[in-house]
Design a protein around this ligand. Structure first.
Ligand code: ATP
Length: 354
């Protein structure tokens, strides 16, 4: 028996709609794979949790997560959270530091049946997830943004050797199982110390992987190369904010945010979370594309399978991947991809293919 305890956190905006379809697909995979047991535990986060428990990330949620193998997190509408209210933390950012989910894996590839301007795209952005420019998570205590006077803001960026090295190792390890090529993306011509340290750490780790080709790029030029020749890139290792921006660009190359999954990876916990935000403009209409969230869970199962040498988790991941592709191939699509399927219809078809 392969048993995994998985937390389910709906989040805000379109979160409840896409997470419901993801759970539907996950349960279909569980039914199909003999000996795979997924214990799903719903945990409150986001605006609904604030209404009910007075916090967007109740401490009971964090404690419960520490007993889980993985979790599914819907997007959160942090831009409406009151910055002066300490109970309105960004659950996504806080969980990344609290559970030390240090690498954010964001793949972008072409899908069958989705027409795009680019072909043969298959890249994986490996983004640092716990420091960098993100003020809410880059200090042990306090916030990395402060106002010396009402017209001035100072923002701190943190880059550390330990976190850069362990991130690079994830990137090189994953590249070994792919096309054996890593692009390190930075801005060390200007951010000489921060990006300089990051690049040095990546170069040091690269020596342990002589079979993996390594190159490095300034982030601004790299944005151009990604659009000119996206098919050339395999694994991209970069700092937090550059990775956040480049992963949306990558999603745009292959059909949009609805197709952009993500996995937050720690040594003891995995958190599946689509790259996109909570899309308040389409929330509650049953038209959001659930693919990104579904494929985030697929990535989680695959990683559980690899780490635990568990063929059942790998089989479930494989079934979900193929089911999404079959659904797109047969022309079932949500409106963001030019189709007419609702979120729940799309989830039904994927689940039936699983
Ligand atoms: P955040 O900063 O929280 O990531 P964002 O500013 O990147 O948020 P999103 O919420 O991701 O914004 O939405 C950007 C656009 O993409 C919106 O028009 C939204 O409707 C669309 N979008 C995002 N996710 C999906 C989805 N799953 N299905 C369809 N459209 C989506």
């Amino acid at each position: 028996m392969s048993t995994y305890k998985i937390a389910v956190m709906e989040g805000d905006g379109i979160g409840p709609e896409i997470v419901a379809e993801t759970v539907k697909v996950l349960q279909a995979a569980q039914r199909k794979v003999d000996g795979l047991k997924l214990e799903l535990a719903e945990l409150p986060v986001g605006l609904a949790a604030y209404e009910r428990y007075g916090s967007t990330l109740p401490s009971s949620t964090v404690e419960a997560l520490k007993t889980c193998d993985g979790g599914i997190l819907g997007p959160v509408t942090t831009h409406v959270y009151n910055v002066h209210d300490e109970s309105m933390v960004n659950p996504s950012g806080k969980l990344r530091t609290e559970l030390d989910l240090y690498a954010n894996l964001r793949p972008a590839r072409n899908f069958p049946g989705v027409n795009t301007r680019f072909e043969n795209v298959d890249m994986l952005i490996v983004r640092e997830n716990t420091e960098g420019m993100y003020a809410d998570r880059n200090l042990h205590e306090g916030n990395g943004e402060f106002m010396p006077d009402p017209d001035t803001v100072v923002s701190l960026r943190v880059v550390s050797r330990r976190k850069s090295e362990r991130l690079a190792r994830v990137g090189f390890e994953l590249a070994r199982a792919r096309r054996k090529s890593v692009a390190v993306v930075h801005k060390k011509n200007v951010l000489r110390r921060g990006c300089g340290l990051f690049v040095d750490c990546c170069s040091m780790v690269a020596e342990e992987y002589p079979d993996v080709a390594v190159s490095d790029f300034h982030v601004d030029a790299f944005a151009m190369f990604m659009v000119q020749h996206p098919e050339k890139f395999d694994v991209i290792v970069t700092t937090n904010m550059f990775g956040d921006i480049l992963s949306d660009l990558a999603a745009g190359l292959v059909g949009g945010l609805g197709l952009a999954p993500g996995l937050n990876l720690g040594d003891r916990f995995l958190l599946a979370q689509a790259t996109h935000g909570s899309a308040p403009d389409i929330a509650g209409k049953n038209i959001a594309n659930p693919i990104a969230e579904i494929l985030s869970v697929q990535m989680m199962l695959e990683m559980l399978g690899i780490r635990n040498k568990d063929g059942r988790a790998l089989e479930a991941a494989g079934r979900i991947k193929t089911a999404v592709e079959k659904t797109l191939e047969q022309g079932v699509r949500t409106p963001d991809l030019g189709g007419t399927a609702t979120t729940s219809e799309f989830g039904d078809v994927v689940a039936s293919h699983v």
